[in-house]
Design a protein around this ligand. Structure first.
Ligand SMILES: Nc1ncnc2c1ncn2[C@@H]1O[C@H](COP(=O)(O)OP(=O)(O)O)[C@@H](O)[C@H]1O
Ligand SMILES: [Mg+2]
Length: 411
């Protein structure tokens, strides 16, 4: 690998190297990226939750399904993909102008800083711009070829590496966020979701790893830490839940021994759980759209607004016609503050009556999960704006997200 400007410092603009060389590097990177059909970035707020395990197994699963896959480990501080694939002794083939990724199988090529370090104990201390330069080089100098998928394993958090990866790969890179039942920290996941949104990318979904334990005697999954937190969290932050993976010693063994867990243990509950997670990712390439694509909702930006939300048993109603009550929130769109809330009983459902009722309450917006078509029409006739396909349950959180521009909805 060259150790010139493109190794990092130049990308910070500090060495003023020849622009033509930089342009050539940039052009090479763009060419590489243009040959990758789908980019999946695996990230999490915390370390040790199983990002590398999830990234590795997604990559293996996609490759076993016949897709051409590149697995890129950008964790410069703790590159663990070589260990998880039992490739610690593998070395990359480096030529003057390009690097060949390491081949794990016919369909899966791998690149990690771990292949370039003399030993796995060597600490790496790099500044942000250098990391950016290194990641750039992994995308420009490594000959990945035509890929159906590139899966990127990031270090924990929302720091330089995920930021560089998203910026370099572009806005069509989608994030998979990994969490655990113990670490189901709403703030961590929210931070990751916000980070992805802020850089202009989409979250493909959340994976709950270490969800229950596979019993070494009977093979059944025991939910000793509780389960379902990831799913609830996904709903709360408005993204898709991809599935959960139990804690399974066989996963660790497969890594140590270097076999494909997903093919050798394919009947096990763990392998099936991983395949379930991979399914919507495979659908990206097989032409089917994800069943629930969420989009950011434009926030109101002027004046005092009134927002109405259909509520059933304290949470957002599954459909507007099931509303027992309406939460009416008055908010200031400029300062993004909720000024007051009140709850009013809903009249017996009839689409036009519901729209007239909300008009009398001076509601300018309705935020809901499902709304029957006749009610959509009735609201439109009253010039009440409708956001439907909301996935968050807590009504006040929906209003807060809406006025702060963080609300995601299907339509
Ligand atoms: N579902 C699982 N079952 C068993 N061990 C797991 C599982 N997920 C991760 N591990 C183990 O936990 C440790 C941390 O996982 P890793 O994927 O390296 O996490 P991260 O990349 O988030 O730091 C590794 O030793 C890995 O083998
Ligand atoms: Mg890792």
């Amino acid at each position: 690998m060259s150790t010139d400007c493109s190794s990092g410092s130049c990308s910070s603009g500090s060495c003023g190297g020849a622009p033509t060389e930089l342009d050539a590097g940039e052009a090479r990177m763009q060419r590489t990226i243009s040959r990758i059909k789908h980019k999946i970035v695996v990230m999490s707020g915390k370390g040790g939750v199983g990002k590398s395990t999830v990234a590795t197994n997604i990559a293996i699963g996609l490759s076993l399904a016949g897709k051409k896959v590149g697995l890129l480990d950008v964790d410069v501080h703790g590159p663990s993909v070589p260990r998880l694939l039992s490739m610690r002794d593998s070395k990359v083939h480096i030529e003057e102008s390009f690097i060949e990724p390491v081949t794990w199988s016919e369909n899966l090529s791998v690149m990690s800083l771990g292949f370039l370090l003399p030993n796995s104990y060597q600490p790496v201390v790099w500044r942000g711009p250098v990391k950016m330069g290194f990641i750039k080089q992994l995308l420009s100098d490594v000959v990945w070829g035509d890929l159906d998928y590139m899966v990127v394993d990031c270090p924990p958090g929302t720091g330089d590496e995920p930021l560089s990866v998203m910026q370099l790969l572009g806005n069509d890179a989608q994030a998979v966020i990994v969490t655990t039942p113990q670490g189901v920290a709403i703030d961590d996941v929210r931070r990751s979701v916000t980070f992805v949104g802020d850089v202009g990318n989409q979250v493909l979904g959340i994976v709950e790893n270490m969800s229950g334990v596979v019993c070494s005697q009977c093979g059944n999954v025991e939910n000793i830490f509780g389960k379902g937190g990831g799913k609830k969290l996904a709903t709360e932050v408005g993204v898709r839940f991809l599935g959960d993976i139990p804690l399974d010693p066989e996963i660790v063994r497969s890594g140590d021994e270097g076999y494909a867990f997903l093919s050798v243990q394919k009947e096990s509950p763990t392998a099936q759980a991983i395949q379930k997670i991979i399914k919507p990712i495979l659908m990206l390439d097989d032409g089917a759209a994800p069943s629930q694509k969420l989009h950011p909702v434009l926030p109101p930006h002027k004046g005092t607004i009134k927002v109405a939300l259909p509520v059933t048993k304290g949470t957002l109603s599954p459909s507007m016609h099931l509303a027992e009550q309406y939460l009416i929130a008055t908010a200031d769109a400029e300062s993004k503050q909720i000024l007051s809330t009140e709850t009013v009983d809903a009249p017996a459902y009839e689409p036009k009556a519901a729209a007239s009722f909300l008009e009398r309450l001076e509601a300018g917006y309705v935020l809901a999960k499902e709304v029957p078509q006749d009610a959509c029409d009735a609201l439109k006739a009253k010039h009440i704006s409708l956001v439907k396909g909301v996935t968050v349950n807590a009504p006040v959180a929906v209003v807060t997200d809406f006025i702060e521009g963080k609300l995601l909805a299907a339509s």
